[in-house]
Design a protein around this ligand. Sequence first.
Ligand SMILES: [Zn+2]
Length: 470
Amino acid sequence: MSVDLTVVGGTLATADGLRDAGFAVDDGTIVAVGDPDRLPAAERTLDVDGRLVLPGVVDPHVHVDGFNSIDSYETGTAAAARGGITTVINFAWQTWTGEREADADGSVWADEGSLLDAIERQKRKAEGAYVDYGLHATVTAEDESVFEEFDAVVEAGVPTFKFFTAYDIGVSNGFLRLAFDRLADLDAVAVLHTEDAAVCEALTAERQRDGRGDPVEYPGARPDYAEAMALADAVTLADATDCKYYGIHTSSRAAAEELAAVREDGSQFRGETCTHYATLTADAYAEQGMLALQSPPLRADDDVDAMFEHLREGTLDVVSTDHVASTRAEKTVEDWWECSFGVNGLQTSLPVFHDEAVNERGHSYAFLVRAMCAKPAETFGLPKKGRLVVGADADFVVFDPEETYTITADENASRADYSIYEGREVTGRVKETFVRGERVADACGVTADPGYGEFRARNVPEWGARGGGA
Ligand SMILES: [Zn+2]
């Protein structure tokens, strides 16, 4: 009896380091790892010709088919596949049905809605996905009746609950206190966007009054201390309730330090930054204008350095994309406060972060694999993802660490028609991406059929040892 596939001729990049080895795949699962000569006979052999083989990237923070992103699952996950990302976690918005027009106040949010309905809506929309996906239950209304669903939502394979402290879907500390208490009972994870809404609104209003609409004025309206203040409140509440806490899109040294203060062993508090906070500064607003607008804002060189320091020290576990697709036309508005937030990054995240972390800053491949593959999988209850070990899904990326190319949005599989990395020369390129042993993309485009990607029910995660390392 032979297995389906062996992958040989390359070097495996793992969270423990580089290893000259191959592996065998049967029925979508890795069944052996080791000396290529000792792998079982296979129907097909993939010789990667001296390249690196990385575990598929797990991106726990993407926006596709949501109120803020024009990508469908098909276009968003095509970008993911081409970028070496084999699992994404998207958002199931409680009160945005995808059909509702803005009301008289300009809101697209209903007053009430069910998380379970939202999860089902997303699964229907996801029929065209190319890579595997999970969902975060996203609480968008301050209505305690949603707590009654928490149990069933976890049972449905969605053990992570997103809350905002800002925007018209932000909730109060009082509501967070009650929600965290219920999540702690279930051992589920609270996923937080933290910015102090009142501070950001006051600073925005000041700029509107003074006509300071140029995008270079934008970062001052959402300062680092507003991010750190709301983060400090949220982790205080998580500590008081013993609730697992994951802070998304950490962008500043100030916020990372607040997380470091409570972090301890990583069994209760974890966090991420995004590729753009680790590779760009607020100079992008002068250079690219509105196209680079996202929230929280890009910040200073020192904040970029802080993202790497805290990834190395283990305060931050994960690098995500926070992918949001918009067109150049949608982003090009008169004043920055009319601009929708978010930038696309699924296709470029791995090569851009690899180039910065490994080539520019001298971090190891173990550092890269930990932040983009192993830790996100572990943090989000995906034990079969993010690792090249026996029993794991055969999700992997053939990566050429030597090839230099220039990023251009002309190659975007996303509906977004620009890239904040346009013109950036990077060394290291995704050549092929495999999900469960099947190739989903190569250098020319997607190679799987839409719908190959599957919903992954996730377990309540076990958060063990502290991460970190160079
Ligand atoms: Zn986001």
